[in-house]
Design a protein around this ligand. Structure first.
Ligand code: ZN
Length: 130
């Protein structure tokens, strides 16, 4: 995503995971403030116009746009289900599509972004069904 990114648990540097996952957002907030806080609490602060939480969420939206636009440019899916803690943040659905559009090859975005019907457990339930 960006050469200035953090080391990823997979061994690479600056993977998407290091920019738009819940743990990466919590680490970025910690870098800014020295305070360890959950993504949910950071998001609550964002909704109350906390400047550091705004930086975290603005950064999320920026990299979400870049990362998802790469996928949309290649496979142009009808729908993208956003799992994990980030998928619980309404801001992803409110501001995300406009940011994706900035990085698209086309000047129109038809892809829908939705929360998983099974919530945060969708991955685990899917794995159990295999
Ligand atoms: Zn990685």
């Amino acid at each position: 995503m960006d050469e200035t990114g953090d080391k990823c648990y997979c061994g690479q540097t600056a993977c998407v995971e290091t920019f738009i996952s819940g743990p990466s957002l919590e680490r970025f907030y910690m870098k800014l403030t020295g305070v360890k806080m959950s993504l949910k609490d950071i998001y609550d602060l964002y909704l109350k116009d906390d400047p550091n939480a705004i930086l975290v969420i603005d950064r999320l939206i920026h990299y979400f746009g870049k990362a998802v636009a790469t996928v949309v440019n290649i496979i142009d899916p009808e729908i993208i289900v956003i799992g994990g803690g980030v998928g619980n943040l309404d801001v992803i659905y409110e501001r995300g599509p406009a940011e994706v559009l900035k990085h698209l090859f086309n000047n129109e975005l038809k892809t829908k972004f939705v929360k998983p019907k099974l919530g945060d457990s969708a991955g685990v339930i899917g794995a159990a069904l295999l």
